[in-house]
Design a binder for this molecule. Structure first.
Ligand code: GLN
Length: 403
């Protein structure tokens, strides 16, 4: 934190300028400005790859008070272009903390602005819709030069930027404790296992509902907790780069396929949509989250549109249309599937958003496929809908028994 604060400006494409204090890395950025209403979970928000191409404003007024713990990161680095807060905590008061938020932003080169009226910014974005903006420390900024640049800015090819370079595996966890307790640490220690230090005990493996199931996870910008949620239920997960062909995935004969969350406009992912259409043609159980949900919809003839300001936060109520139950969900999306254009022969709504009635999930007719717009993997946010991973495992098991 600077002893002598440096002035910083957030300039929006409608000409609004917020003056605040510079935080994070010394850098000028242009990005799409979005807001997130989570009261905690800023390390997970910052490391969610779905924020690539966006700068995030946290509406909760104090950010950073519990520092950043590397174990809480949802990917290898933070992805937002910029970070906007009311007040950045100068200290981290938490025994788990590895560093302050300021150190974290600096280490990974993320610039930001603090000390602005984030409530006013959020109300403006709600009223006018999501806008592009610039974060700069230049006091001699020229609106005539900047505003046209802001208006024409769009983030492109963001999925290719965030996906993994090579495929990798995450083994389903097993308890390694003598007393037989299944502890379920998701990242199984492969090295220790191969050295023979730990043994995989069949009785314990049985205790996990997904044990023995092979899941192919298409990484469109996946948060780590998607693979972890499967691995801690015992599934062995192979994570594939976003541009992997359907043939390669199918050649590994997975029991189920997961399509992850990810950044950007789903309609930009044309070649991925084609591959997903081929996956749809098979009978393999598929579960998809957020961007994956949108891409499956596009791959099967449905449509998506950009929402006025999206859903980003940890308190969005979604209704399971099958049971009538409402769950509080974690969300981060700007696009949504158009329910009016759904063909019920292909898919029907499975979840809707209780606040605005938009689509939050689809069930595919005559297929082992269901997809959700929200985040059952949580991190950050409520874990109410984690049961959907169990539903996916049940689907994989039912298919095996049928065969
Ligand atoms: N979290 C996500 O997967 C977001 C999906 C998509 N990029 C959207 O904003 O709607």
């Amino acid at each position: 934190m600077n002893v002598f604060p440096i002035k910083s400006f957030l300039i929006l494409e409608d000409g609004t300028v917020f003056e605040g204090t510079h935080i994070g890395a010394k850098k000028e950025i242009i990005s799409e400005i979005v807001f997130n209403t989570s009261m905690a979970g800023y390390p997970e928000v910052l490391t969610d790859p779905s924020y690539a191409g966006q700068a995030v404003c946290m509406t909760y007024p104090l950010i950073g008070n519990y520092g950043v713990c590397r174990d809480d990161m949802e990917s290898k680095k933070p992805w937002p272009d910029g970070f906007i807060v009311r007040e950045l905590s100068r200290i981290s008061s938490n025994f788990r903390s590895d560093m302050t938020i300021q150190e974290f932003l600096e280490e990974y080169g993320v610039p930001g602005i603090a000390g602005i009226d984030t409530r006013a910014l959020t109300k403006l974005l709600r009223e006018k819709g999501t806008m592009n903006g610039m974060i700069t420390t230049r006091e001699d900024y020229d609106l005539n030069e900047i505003i046209p640049r802001l208006k024409e800015y769009t983030a492109e090819k963001v999925v290719e930027k965030v996906t993994c370079e090579h495929k990798y595996e995450i083994r389903g966890s097993v308890s390694l404790e003598e007393n037989g307790a299944v502890s379920g640490s998701a990242r199984f220690d492969m090295e220790a296992y191969e050295k023979g230090t730990h043994e995989k005990k069949p009785s314990m493996v049985k205790a996990l509902n997904g044990a023995g199931k092979k899941v192919a996870l298409l990484d469109l910008g996946a948060k780590d907790n998607i693979a972890d949620a499967l691995a801690k239920r015992g599934c062995d997960v192979t994570v594939y780069p976003a541009l992997t062909t359907s043939e390669e995935i199918l050649a590994a004969a997975p029991d189920g396929i997961m399509l992850s969350n990810g950044p950007g406009d789903p309609k930009e992912c044309t070649s991925i949509i084609e591959e997903i259409n081929k996956l749809y043609q098979t009978n393999i159980p598929i579960f998809a989250i957020c961007l994956g949900h949108q891409l499956m919809a596009l791959a099967t003839g449905a449509d998506t549109f950009k929402m006025k300001y999206g859903h980003r936060g940890g308190n969005h109520p979604v209704k399971d249309l099958q049971t009538g139950r409402v769950y509080i969900s974690s969300q981060n999306h700007g696009y949504v599937v158009d329910m009016d254009k759904l063909d019920p022969k292909i898919a029907t709504p499975a979840f809707i958003n209780v606040n605005d009635g938009t689509n939050e999930g689809l069930s595919y007719t005559g297929k082992n496929i269901f997809t959700v717009q929200f985040h059952p993997e949580a991190c950050p946010g409520p874990q109410d809908s984690g049961y959907l991973f169990d539903r996916f495992i049940d689907m994989m098991k039912a298919r095996k028994e049928d065969a």
